[in-house]
Ligand binder design. Structure first.
Ligand SMILES: Nc1ncnc2c1ncn2[C@@H]1O[C@H](COP(=O)(O)OP(=O)(O)OP(=O)(O)O)[C@@H](O)[C@H]1O
Ligand SMILES: [Mg+2]
Length: 252
């Protein structure tokens, strides 16, 4: 589904140039849920923006379904790290969620219905008529996630999507991602700072180096699906981890 070969990106030129990504290789199979973890500032968002065709990398290739990325692919949705700049403040929440569906050739009624369903999935039923600035940060991020879900992309890129929500909502949204992935057969790339989250949600975890980013480790997560927040009984006996660490501990 996604093939990245020898990806390099440098911001600027001359003595102030900053190399954000250096010789990064990555392959993602269709239907995979890949977590990407790495230190702050290492180049994770740069990688995501390159895959989304929003910036042109200075070197290497990115192919989605065998096709080189030269602009934003049609079947792709992005949940941005900075939710406060990703929703249009002059549009209601429902209109924000429904906007990309015009590209799907849906009529107004279908768009409204799909937006209402997606908002309900993320726990925002009833917020359709509100404006983004009337919502809390976490609610705005949930609206951004609803917009991506409503679009039913084949590839969904999520850049630290749960960074601004409370712990309970975060767990609910992690489970939501796992559910939609199961029902919509999407390929998902999830960038996160949270190691527990990377393991709980991902089939595979890719660890990036500090800047400039390159892949330093890839781990397959052999936890059973559907995932459980409690570790298996055999692990539980000896495990003294906090509950959120259970997935990581169970993965060894
Ligand atoms: N438009 C830009 N122009 C110049 N430098 C940039 C630009 N965008 C990012 N950078 C720099 O590139 C590096 C990687 O940035 P990036 O946003 O990809 O990191 P990140 O891993 O997503 O960080 P975080 O975890 O804090 O979100 C940083 O040093 C940043 O300052
Ligand atoms: Mg980032």
């Amino acid at each position: 589904m996604l093939e990245i070969a020898d990806l390099t990106h440098t911001y600027g030129t001359g003595p102030t140039a900053h190399r954000a990504i250096d010789g990064l290789d990555l392959k993602v199979a269709e239907g995979d849920l890949l977590s990407i973890v790495g230190p702050s500032g290492c180049g994770k968002s740069t990688l995501l923006r390159s895959i989304a065709g929003l910036i042109k990398p200075t070197g290497g290739t990115i192919r989605i379904g065998g096709v080189p990325v030269t602009r934003t692919p049609d079947n792709l949705a992005v949940v941005f790290q900075d939710y406060s700049r990703s929703l249009f403040p002059w549009m209601s929440v429902a209109d924000n969620v429904a906007l990309p569906l015009r590209r799907r050739g849906m009529n107004a009624k279908q768009r409204r219905q799909a937006a209402a369903e997606a908002l309900e999935q993320v726990g925002l039923a009833g917020a359709e008529g509100k404006y983004p600035w009337e919502l809390s940060g976490g609610m705005q991020q949930r609206a951004s996630i609803a917009r991506a879900l409503a679009y039913r992309p084949s590839l969904m890129l999520m850049d630290e999507p749960f960074g601004s929500v409370d712990a309970q909502t975060r767990e609910d949204l992690e489970d939501l991602v796992l559910r939609v992935r199961g029902t919509h057969n999407m390929t998902i790339l999830l960038i996160t700072h949270d190691i527990d989250e990377s393991v709980y949600v991902g089939d595979r975890v890719v660890v990036l180096s500090k800047a400039p980013a390159t892949v330093v480790k890839e781990l397959r997560v052999d936890l059973p699906a559907p995932r459980s927040r409690s570790p298996p009984a055999s692990t539980r006996r000896s495990c003294t981890c906090a509950p959120r660490s259970a997935a990581w501990c169970a993965a060894g």
